[in-house]
Design a protein around this ligand. Sequence first.
Ligand code: GLU
Length: 459
Amino acid sequence: MVILVTKSISDTQGSKYVKEVFESVKKRNPHEPEFHQAVKEILDSLIPVFDKHPKYMEQGVLERIVEPERVITFRVPWVDDNGKVQVNRGFRVQFNSAIGPYKGGLRFHPSVNASIIKFLGFEQIFKNSLTGQPIGGGKGGSDFDPKGKSDAEIMRFCQSFMTELAKHIGPDTDVPAGDIGVGAREIGYMFGQYKRLQNAFHSGVLTGKAVGFGGSLGRTEATGYGTVYFVQEMLKDKGLDFKDSTVVVSGSGNVAIYAIKKAQELGAKVVACSDSNGYIYDKNGIDLETVKRLKEVERKRISEYVKEHPDADYFEGCENIWLIPCDIALPCATQNEIDETSAKILVTNGVKAVGEGANMPSTLEAVEIFLENDVLFGPGKAANAGGVAVSALEMAQNSARISWTFEEVDTKLHEIMVNIYRNSMNASEEYGHPGNLVVGSNIAGFLKVADAMIAQGVI
Ligand code: GLU
């Protein structure tokens, strides 16, 4: 698979270096396809950097950056409501601390394994750097499936998970937060257990807390709003906007809900959203209050929506959501949800912009289709960085023992997203791939971390 920039420069020093490092990543990390995919995308985009500045090769930055500083796996035993002992596997990958404490979410989902956590942790290094905030990259989680579990089971699991994780984290060491399957409820239970174990109120040890005990206003909305702010910048440059556009948003979790809300506020008609079983199509535009109640309060399937909205249709198979013609696609569900075929369909149906609210929702082949067809493409590590950016603002407020208003946080989030867009565009131009935000965001994110790594010596 030839990706992005390697077509034009096949035999430079930089491309040879990248190839060598990638081969060794595959060899040293067998059976980790998602990790390979994330590494491949980033490494290929960095070729122009190594060609221009050989010092990054000489200092072995790439060999070091692809190797996590620390990988922790642990047993998470807990007792279910029937008194049966259950055992899950816990992970925390502390990938890179060159520019700040490890920072990144925890994912609770049955698909979680070392490959998934490493791909997410690797992406997080560059994403966090792009935010301009002083945060390193990390990620964690468990193969625990929260679906269908009682509240008491969730609490017991979270307490057991934190009992081990607590040994490895801290407000200046590693600061986890939420991701798929981990929201305010889970963060609350984990924070409670951490506080009990430490006998100290270290509010900055986790972000995404409820506002009543150190959470930041605007954190809940941040990833979804940030994705829309980012896409707004992409559209603006081409004289387009959200107003009167037709939008498809996959997912119906926290990211999707607030992406829908902001897109609607900006005058878009959001006609579809999904969960892992299927998707709803509402030609009148999605009623977000129904989606929010079903998913956040009642924790039901999205198919229930059509019972309350008879004009809407429900279809099995969430991947088919991309068959719906739209101007703007916001994949906000999970990795690899848009493959080559879906990307081609989106292009044929005239999609103008794709903004990734999820992490790596487009396969490498899908990304190529978008770029080749001049679709405005906002890669996840840039477009969804608003969540972790506001997490860093939560850490700042916790350190200073102050709380900003929603408006203050939202204004800062907006500025951060505009800056990420500008910096990524500038890097894409400076390194010879104008407008390619995959290349631009990877380079802009990389340079700051690479310079810090060099300044700190070979560690
Ligand atoms: N899980 C989110 C992400 O993928 C947020 C992480 C955080 O707030 O630390 O960036």
